[in-house]
Design a protein around this ligand. Structure first.
Ligand code: PLP
Length: 454
């Protein structure tokens, strides 16, 4: 019997990324409030939020300073836009701060309202750049299988997960996918991480050659893959592929939507993973998700092309009503101030060894084939047989069942396709809360193993 709110929900809402048939039966988990790393349902039951919402509430819930920043900006100038030469101080100040903390040279910042829009913008800017440079054939974009970049038509085309393609007539032509850099699944027997990286780089080179380098414009990758399963690339991966991209003058975009702002114990994932991209996409933790905000960094040659085109045709024809929304920018400014003042990124780096130790220990569990992570992100790969890495029939829904058991234990973690479970707590999680998270997850895995035996 569903609660009143749950019953009203299933009669009225389409849930994003959800098994709609299942949620109709079980009803959704209706949350009412949050505090620190805890969220509470409508019966007042607490859950440790082991996913920072959707990889985003890095500063936890009920941060009064972020609320105040939004309230002040709402009262002062709740809306203005950046079209046709208008501006406002929150957008200017935020862009200045982002330029300061970015790990690469940034000429300008362009704001969006989400990560999907940020990556959609990256696609358009890549095409725009090559048109401006008189290279109209150089348009193809290479992403990675299991990479996640969003759900707009272009960003879903970048995404390398079947759920984003089947039924949707995607990817669009010209969106290509290279191998997923997952050593556990992709390496040959006895192949070291470094050798696997070198092989992937050689395969990427051959792939670009086959496609014709004059037609390949950009490559996009997450420093650590989130929705694909918290997949950490093998040692030397980015060092091996970057010269290949440089050889063919391919624009390299780092999707920092999850990894940005401290997740890997560095300001950006690029720093932790040795990535030297031309441009970054960001969203989520830039406001600790208190307001929707995303964006992309624009490198100097691209900005020069924009200027030239504007001189010729009069307008840079891209942007939405909410690009640089003042309330979202004001909240982001405050969030970045807190990250700096409270040493949130350094704190994440200090807590990471404890988090990763507890995560690695789960690899001993009979159901866990691989436990992997870096910083405060982690993933588990559920297997039926550790030696052969064989997985359960996807219809059995083993990881989904484990996530449901975790919820029963008062822990929110996320089930991902391929029987994977993701962990991504708020960066402000305390060491004893890390222990609570893993104790509860361990019990959920035990209950799952019992359920399988029955
Ligand atoms: N890129 C990455 C790496 C993501 O994880 C996500 C969302 O989870 C996106 C892009 C899309 O962001 P949004 O859901 O804000 O559109």
């Amino acid at each position: 019997m569903l609660s009143n709110l749950a019953a009203r929900d299933v009669e009225t809402l389409i849930h994003p990324y959800t098994n709609l048939a299942l949620v109709r039966e079980t009803g959704p988990l209706v949350l009412e409030r949050g505090h620190g790393v805890w969220v509470y349902d409508t019966d007042g039951r607490p859950y440790l939020e082991g996913m920072a919402g959707l990889w985003c509430t890095a500063l936890g819930y009920s941060n009064e300073e972020l609320v105040e920043a939004a309230r002040d900006q709402m009262a002062r100038l709740p809306f203005s836009h950046l079209f046709s030469g208008r501006s406002h101080d929150p957008a200017i100040e935020l862009a200045e701060t982002l330029k300061e903390i970015a790990p690469i040279p940034v000429s300008k910042v362009f704001f969006t309202s989400s990560g999907s829009e940020a990556n959609d913008t990256q696609v358009k800017l890549t095409w725009y750049l090559n048109n401006a440079l008189g290279r109209p054939r150089k348009k193809k974009i290479i992403a990675q299988r299991k990479g996640y970049h969003g759900v707009t038509v272009a960003s879903a085309s970048l995404t390398g997960l079947p759920a984003n393609h089947a039924d949707w007539d995607l990817p669009l032509p010209g969106f290509l996918h290279a191998a997923c850099p997952h050593h556990y699944r992709g390496a040959e027997a006895g192949e070291s991480e470094e050798a696997f990286s070198a092989r992937l780089a050689a395969e990427l080179d051959a792939f670009i050659q086959r496609e014709d380098p004059d037609t390949v414009a950009a490559f996009i990758a997450e420093p650590v893959m989130g929705a694909g399963g918290a997949i950490v690339p093998p040692k030397g991966y980015f060092a091996a592929i970057q010269p290949v991209l440089a050889r063919y003058d391919i624009r390299f975009i780092a999707d920092e939507v999850i990894c940005g702002f401290g997740r890997l114990g560095t300001w950006f994932g690029a720093e932790a993973m040795g990535v030297r991209p031309h441009s970054l996409s960001f969203a989520k933790a830039v406001t600790s998700a208190y307001m929707p905000l995303g964006g992309v960094t624009v490198e100097e040659p691209l900005y020069q092309a924009m200027l030239d085109e504007s001189r010729k045709i009069g307008t840079f024809g891209h942007g939405t009503t909410y690009s640089g929304h003042p309330v979202a920018c004001a909240v982001a400014i405050k969030a970045l101030e807190i990250y700096r003042r409270d040493r949130i990124v350094e704190g994440a780096a200090e807590k990471a060894p404890h988090f990763q130790r507890r995560l690695s220990a789960l690899a001993e569990h009979p159901l866990v084939g691989e436990a992997r992570g870096v910083g405060l992100i982690g993933g588990l790969e559920i297997v039926a047989d550790k030696a052969s890495k064989r997985q359960y029939d996807p219809k059995a829904g083993v990881a989904a069942r484990c996530v449901a058991f975790a919820q029963g234990e008062g822990l929110i973690v996320r089930f991902l396709a391929g029987d994977r479970i993701a962990l991504c707590p708020p960066l402000v999680i305390a060491p004893d809360e890390i222990d609570t998270l893993f104790d509860r997850l361990g019990r959920a895995l035990d209950r799952t193993a019992e359920w399988i035996r029955q």
